[in-house]
Design a protein around this ligand. Structure first.
Ligand code: BEZ
Length: 211
């Protein structure tokens, strides 16, 4: 059965470009983004892994560690990284898991044979500090991911874990948020003193509480 939101992210031990890691130990108290790519020395993957390296400070600010995976070997990853650094003008300094026996890929259901035979598709798992899966996304090989969207989702997840709010369509950090329906309208002022709007009895907004 595939992994669902709220499940504990399965633990594993694997070889990576940073040596052998135990996934849960490596995560420690951080959030994590585990993302697969189809293959080393391929164009879209080269841009994606470079993009994640460039957002290093943004992930760190949110207490998030990133880790990539493909079914290539650790030797292949090490040979490819200089190409990523050169062409994307960055330094890949997060681990890339080598999974030639597909142990982790199968554990996370990253191989979708009707779309791409024997290779991992572009899966993303956002994992909370509690090791639970907060978001999954699956992109085809032909479409590079938008890592700003992944950062945006992390902002929403971390905010909504702390306050009784949800975030509307296309929300970005700093914009108004939705007060959850668990809060009665008459209780909003006490909980959200920056003010609120009642657009419908079920649609109430407030300025982002932690800004
Ligand atoms: C790419 O990264 O460009 C790619 C990888 C595997 C299949 C198709 C495209």
């Amino acid at each position: 059965m595939s992994l669902r939101l709220g499940d504990i992210a399965p633990d594993f031990t694997a070889q990576t470009t940073a040596g052998e890691i135990n996934f849960h130990e490596w995560l420690g108290n951080s959030w994590g983004v585990l993302f697969s790519h189809p293959a080393d020395f391929t164009p879209v993957c080269t841009t994606e892994l470079g993009s994640v390296a460039k957002y290093r400070a943004e992930f760190a600010k949110r207490n998030v560690k990133t880790i990539a995976i493909s079914v290539d070997t650790v030797e292949s990853h090490h040979k490819w990284i200089p190409d990523i650094n050169e062409t994307q003008n960055t330094v890949v300094d997060y681990p890339i898991i080598a999974d030639p026996d597909k142990k982790v890929a199968n554990l996370y259901d990253m191989i979708h044979p009707n779309a791409l035979d024997n290779l991992t598709v572009r899966s993303v798992f956002i994992i909370g500090a509690d090791k639970k899966i907060k978001l999954t996304m699956t992109y085809p090989a032909s479409t590079g991911r938008n890592f700003e969207e992944i950062l945006r989702v992390i902002d929403s997840l971390q905010l909504t874990a702390q306050y009784s709010v949800a975030t509307p369509a296309n929300w970005k950090d700093g914009e108004d948020v939705i007060v959850t329906t668990a809060i009665k309208t008459e209780d909003i002022s006490a909980k959200f003193p920056k003010g609120h709007k009642v657009i419908k009895p079920y649609l109430r907004t407030t300025p982002q509480p932690n800004k």
